[in-house]
Design a protein. Structure first.
Length: 400
């Protein structure tokens, strides 16, 4: 009997080559599996299926991972206001983990002998796929033809053409990775650290009819429940709605320079309207509903959570512990955050929440106080200054 191999199939050049080579040259029974975390349209998925069979696959499946991705990752990235380097929503990094988990699960279900992916040896994705497969599909062989054979793009195209598979694999100036949590853009001007991306590099452009608009995002215990008054049970659909609105103003464009897992610096452009708007709206609501120390520790642990996702450490046992803290911190994060959108930018406006701590009856900042007297304020300030008075009484003139 032929050995079974599951190919993590995106429909791109590397995975197309992998499907055909494994079927024709290595005699595998190939199962092409496309794990969708929100980056494929129905039309693209249909094309993927047609092409997989043309390439020699015995079976093709689409694995819908969007709800699992939200429940097990995106939700906590929103809770933690996770932006790598205070800039980049961790989209590709987290998507790959959940794609790999879905592929590993499918490989176990069908009793596969091997799993294959198309990552090269120069990036982070090889680590995310390999580590997840090693842990979640122990004993199943991992095949990486692109990495092991050091294949060039031309070699792959020539092989496919020679075996009758004609497709448009033209070398593009930019490469894109599209998902529910944003689109990453690589290549082109980004290879020059002095340049940014031009307008034509982006997939989404200003199409809004109005020069500005208010966006109201309702949260309940940190999760989105409403967008401009429309309620959503399905959080994925709520994110997609916010993306639709924000993308019409071309919001969420930027470029990030970060440290790769393998140790080199990498630069990536992105457009991510929904993540940027959601995180800033959520952060705005938290400023009014969380205590000072809740915000402080959330910043620390949210940053760690994002770093571990990026570094392919989602399966590290500490992650559920971080998630438990992040979820607990959201018990009073309920209300509506209001943003004002303009082409290419937005600003925070305000919040409406029954849990707003600025509404305290003890005092109104800079105006009145009812929770203490003037003499009590003077005493508090004097006691607070005690350690400084002790220090500078001994070290006179040190800061003068």
């Amino acid at each position: 009997m032929k050995k079974k191999v599951v190919v993590a199939f995106s429909g791109g050049l590397d995975t197309s080559y992998t499907v055909m080579y494994l079927a024709k040259e290595m005699g595998y029974e190939v199962h092409a599996a496309c794990a969708n975390t929100g980056g494929f349209s129905a039309e693209q998925l249909k094309t993927n299926e047609e092409n997989a069979y043309k390439l020699g696959a015995t079976q093709y499946v689409t694995l819908d991972v969007m709800q699992e991705y939200y429940e097990k990752s995106l939700k906590y990235m929103i809770f933690g206001n996770v932006l790598r380097n205070n800039c980049y929503p961790i989209s590709v990094s987290s998507e790959r983990i959940f794609q790999a988990i879905a592929i590993a699960r499918y490989a176990r279900e069908i009793g596969a002998d091997a799993i294959a992916h198309g990552s090269t040896g120069a990036g982070n994705d090889q680590i995310r796929f390999d580590m997840t497969f090693l842990v979640m599909a122990p004993g199943i062989e991992i095949i990486t033809l692109t990495r092991d054979k050091k294949l060039t793009r031309k070699e792959e195209v020539d092989y496919l053409n020679a075996h009758g598979f004609e497709a448009d694999f033209a070398k593009l100036k930019y490469s894109y990775n599209v998902g529910i949590w944003g689109t990453s853009i690589c290549g082109g001007e980004l290879l020059d650290p002095t340049q940014g991306l031009p307008e034509e590099a982006y997939l989404k452009h200003v199409t809004a009819a109005e020069p500005e608009a208010l966006l109201k995002i309702g949260f309940e215990r940190g999760e989105i429940v409403a967008v401009n008054g429309e309620t959503f049970e399905d959080k994925v659909k709520a994110i997609q709605k916010i993306e639709e609105i924000g993308a019409s103003y071309a919001i969420g464009r930027d470029a990030n320079v970060g440290d790769t897992i393998i140790g080199i610096k990498g630069r990536v452009g992105f457009e991510a309207a929904a993540p940027k708007l959601i995180i800033e709206a959520h952060r705005l609501l938290e400023k009014s509903t969380l205590s000072k120390w809740q915000q402080y520790w959330k910043d620390q642990l949210g940053n760690w959570y994002g770093m571990f996702l990026h570094e392919s450490q989602y399966l590290e046992p500490v992650m559920p512990d971080l998630e438990a803290f992040l979820a607990s911190s959201q018990r009073n994060v309920t209300g509506t955050a209001i943003l004002k959108l303009r082409p290419y930018s937005f600003e925070t406006v305000g919040v409406d929440s029954d849990n707003d701590l600025t509404k305290s009856k003890l005092g109104e900042y800079g105006e009145t106080q009812t929770g203490w007297t003037a003499d009590e304020a003077k005493g508090f300030i004097k006691v607070l200054s005690t350690p400084l008075r002790v220090y500078y009484g001994t070290h006179k003139g040190e800061r003068e």
